[in-house]
Design a protein around this ligand. Structure first.
Ligand SMILES: *Cc1c(COP(=O)(O)O)cnc(C)c1O
Length: 219
């Protein structure tokens, strides 16, 4: 199947999932994850109508997205990979949404850049629902206080929570945990679900799913 056909297939699975879960049509948005793919490989998805994309590395994204955004200004770019504070300026300049705020240092660096550049960037807090040592994200038990710190002390709005469940576990309990934490924080947005489990994530209340290989092919 072509990228455009695979994109349409993913979109129709999302719409079917919304129906099954009794959710409003259009309540789940698709972040097409284009990491490792170059501009030529991404263009068919843009031509097919996709406007929201995710990348996990600032430097890699800088190599392709300024040109693609110039061609199609409505594009919305999400950073879904770990961010170092020395890259905060570049990330705020290029991305419209940063989904991986997970510690005070990075929250402060991003807040300072948003103020300095005068650029509104939407922010998600990443939660390490499986407490995996190799994975980024704030611990579930620290999430409510961290979101409060971001909002009240650092002064940045948080739009939602994001998670990547452990690869070898049933993702459902992780999605349910993220949904409970978001509710406790008074947050309505949940970024969860990838190629292998986005159908499940839609059933657990995802408001956006991040899908790469099911659209662009294996990496
Ligand atoms: C790569 C990546 C995805 C997409 O993964 P696929 O399995 O290719 O759909 C989603 N979220 C994050 C954080 C990623 O790094």
């Amino acid at each position: 199947m072509s990228v455009e056909e695979q994109l349409n297939d993913v979109l129709s699975r999302i719409r079917d999932g919304e129906t099954t879960a009794n959710r409003k049509a259009g309540s789940v948005s698709l972040v097409a994850v284009s990491k490792t793919f170059d501009a030529e490989a991404i263009r068919p998805a843009i031509d097919g109508g996709q406007r929201v994309f995710g990348e996990n590395r600032v430097q890699e994204a800088q190599g392709k997205w300024p040109e693609l955004k110039a061609e199609t200004p409505a594009i919305e770019l999400h950073l879904i990979g770990p961010l170092q504070s020395n890259k905060a300026a570049d990330a705020v300049a290029l991305f419209d949404v940063i989904e991986t705020i997970d510690r005070e240092k990075i929250a402060r660096a991003v807040a300072a850049e948003i103020a300095r550049q005068g650029k509104p960037v939407r922010l998600y807090v990443q939660v390490n629902t499986g407490l995996e040592p190799q994975k980024a994200g704030i611990a579930p038990d620290d999430t409510v206080s961290f979101v409060t710190l971001c909002r009240e002390t650092i002064g940045i709005p948080v739009e939602g929570l994001m998670c990547i469940p452990p690869a070898d576990e049933n993702p459902g309990p992780h999605f349910a945990l993220l949904a409970r934490l978001a509710e406790r924080c008074g947050l309505k947005k949940l970024s969860m679900g990838m190629s292998g489990d986005f159908d499940v994530a839609v059933q657990f209340g995802a408001t956006s799913v991040r899908v790469g290989s099911a659209i662009f092919g294996a990496r």
